[in-house]
Structures are given as structure tokens and as C-alpha cells.
Write a protein that binds this ligand. Structure first.
Ligand SMILES: [Zn+2]
Length: 348
């Protein structure tokens, strides 16, 4: 490379590493969080879940979010650990997450968005080991209570109002959502193609899959009364919306959002409808409803025979409509740290 052609790269590096996070920036960009708030803090640098023995962030006002496949997230704030969904032991047909359900030894609350196997299959075992409160819709907790967990740890919520759960440093409001309903003609066409190229499961893999399936429900009630969105509000006003299925926004969600106005972070499942036109349409409805500053996608990874749901077309469409939006997508377990007080005080 000629010396002159290096110049733009050098300028770019100075910009990124030298002055990307001025103190007056309106919103701390979590993509630069290692330098802005997490420098030297293993809680913001190490891809080890706190629930599996990793470090707490040094500042209790730091919110740490780690995505752990599908719609699973670990949230850490004020010394508390919130697990969103619990589908960790996915089996040999999936890329490894880097930990097992048995490694998760500490949690205060587990919020189950809905009861399909790929959202709750490890809820009972992790709940029993950690003693965490496990929260879900009636159809979810019904299934949970057929497994080994103390019923006193299980909380059933409908999301129809008046169910705010209080924890040290935050509250949780369950809101009735709706499961994704991707058009059958589209999903069947894609799934048939994938099936034609898929490696057939070995007898061991088939057995493993059947055991995992046993720990979730396929009750049709999941769609309209079994999918719960959770609004988490920190003690300083920082808000997080979690939605583990890419379905249509309900009147309950609209009413809640009319009341609170907006959220700081939305953790939202990408719709399962394959075609970008359809997944974008759904993501736009989510963004318009929750009005997040930061959008973090979920449910976009897949087993070895499947297809990851592309996030870049979503990010582009969301930013075309809302250029201020920050989108964040990281690898399994990589921490994203938020200085919650800074974000709240510098709110747009
Ligand atoms: Zn589902």
C-alpha cells in the first residue's frame, strides 16, 4: 500500500480511538462502551456470564447485557441478575453457546417470554439450582410445574395489568404480547428447501432433541395468551423492553407505551418470516411502538441446518426511518455495558 493511501485509514483510527466518545455526546454509544465506561472492568470486558461465575460490573449503576443465543439474555444491574428466557442446552445440532445450563448457578429472576421449547427448556433446572423466581404466562407455568421446581418459586402473570414485580433496583411489568405468526406459505417453502439439504439427525441427536422438546409446550394458547413482553424499569428511570417473539404489537403494549413514552433499550426478536420485506415490516412496528434509543435483536441465530435471520437489512430500514437509532448485535456472551445514569441524564 502506498503511504498516501494509508492516510484515510489513519484518520479513521484517530477518530474511532481518539475522539469517538466526547463527554458531551448525547447518548453513550454502547459500541464504544469498553472505552467510555468499561475500561479495566472485567464485568464489561469478559465474555463470561455473571450467572456462571463472571465478574459483576464495578459500578452497580452499570447495566450489562449479554446475548446468549435465540431470545436469551443475561442482564446485570445493582448486583442483581435477570435472565430473559432459558434455552441453553440446545443440543449438538446448534453452535455452542460457551456454557451449559448446569453452569448457571446464580440468578434472581428468570422471565420467560413464552413456553415454546426454544424459550423455556432450561427454566426449571436453572430456576431450581439458583432459587430464582421464574415468571411466565399461565400456559408457560403450567408446563413448568410439571418439572422439578418448587412451586413457590413460580409466578404466573397474564400481562393484562396490575402485576408489577419489585426487586432491589428495578421493577418488572409483564405486558401481554402476541407470538409471531409468519405466513405459512412462505415458511413452508423455505423449510422444504432447508430440509432437502439438511444433515439427518443421528439417533442420539434425535433422542436429545426429543428430551429438550419435552420441557417446552406447543399449546396453541401460546400465540394469544402465552406471550409476555416485559418492561423493566431501573430505579433511575432507565427502561428496557424485552419481547422474545417477533409478533404483532398488542393493545396492551400500545397502552403501556403510551403511558411511559419510550424505552432506552429494546431487546426484540426478529420475526421468523424469512423474507426481509416481512421481517423489516415487523421490526418497524416494534421500533415505532417502543421508541428505543438502542435496538438489540434476538432470535436471529439458528441450528447448523437452518438460516440465521439477517439483522443488517433490519438495522438499515430502522435507521432510514430513525437515523438516531443505535443498533447493537454482538456474539454470544459478549458484554454490552450501559452507563444508565449518563444515558438517563443525557436523554434525547
Ligand atoms: Zn415460539
Amino acid at each position: 500500500m502506498k503511504p498516501m493511501s494509508c492516510l484515510p485509514i489513519v484518520v479513521l483510527m484517530i477518530w474511532v480511538f481518539g475522539c469517538a466518545v466526547p463527554a458531551t455526546r448525547a447518548l453513550s454509544n454502547p459500541r464504544f462502551s469498553f472505552r467510555s465506561i468499561g475500561a479495566g472492568d472485567p464485568g464489561c470486558e469478559v465474555p463470561t456470564l455473571v450467572s456462571a461465575g463472571g465478574s459483576m460490573p464495578k459500578n452497580p449503576r452499570t447495566l450489562v447485557i449479554r446475548w446468549t443465543g435465540y431470545s436469551n439474555f443475561e442482564l446485570v444491574y445493582n448486583g442483581q441478575i435477570i435472565l430473559l428466557d432459558a434455552y441453553f442446552d440446545r443440543g449438538a445440532m446448534f453452535p455452542p453457546l460457551g456454557f451449559k445450563a448446569a453452569d448457571v448457578k446464580r440468578a434472581n429472576v428468570i422471565l420467560i417470554g413464552h413456553g415454546h421449547l426454544d424459550h423455556m427448556s432450561d427454566a426449571a433446572s436453572v430456576g431450581a439450582r439458583t432459587g430464582a423466581l421464574v415468571v411466565g404466562a399461565p400456559v408457560t407455568t403450567e408446563k413448568l410445574l410439571t418439572q422439578k421446581i418448587d412451586p413457590k418459586q413460580v409466578r404466573t402473570v397474564t400481562g393484562r395489568g396490575g402485576e408489577v414485580l419489585k426487586f432491589p433496583g428495578f421493577t418488572i411489568e409483564p405486558i401481554l404480547g402476541r407470538h409471531g405468526e409468519p405466513p405459512k406459505d412462505v415458511t413452508e417453502a423455505f423449510e422444504n428447501v432447508l430440509k432437502a439439504f439438511a444433515a439427518a439427525p443421528t439417533p442420539e441427536q434425535a433422542k436429545e432433541r426429543a428430551a429438550i422438546r419435552e420441557r417446552g409446550t406447543s399449546d396453541p394458547r401460546v400465540v394469544a395468551e402465552g406471550t409476555i413482553a416485559y418492561l423493566i424499569t431501573l430505579d433511575n428511570g432507565f427502561r428496557i423492553m424485552y419481547r422474545d417473539s417477533g409478533g404483532k404489537v398488542t393493545d396492551y403494549e400500545k397502552a403501556a407505551m403510551e403511558r411511559v413514552g419510550r424505552v432506552d433499550v429494546a431487546l426484540v426478536a426478529v420475526a421468523a418470516s424469512f423474507l426481509n420485506k416481512l421481517t423489516v415490516e415487523q421490526a418497524l412496528e416494534h421500533m415505532r411502538t417502543y421508541k428505543p434509543d438502542v435496538y438489540i435483536p434476538a432470535h436471529h441465530d439458528a441450528d447448523y441446518n437452518g438460516l440465521w435471520r439477517p439483522t443488517e437489512p433490519l438495522f438499515q430500514a430502522l435507521k432510514d426511518e430513525n437515523p438516531n437509532l443505535i443498533t447493537v448485535s454482538r456474539g454470544y456472551r459478549e458484554p454490552v455495558c450501559f452507563n444508565t445514569e449518563f444515558n438517563v441524564s443525557k436523554r434525547r
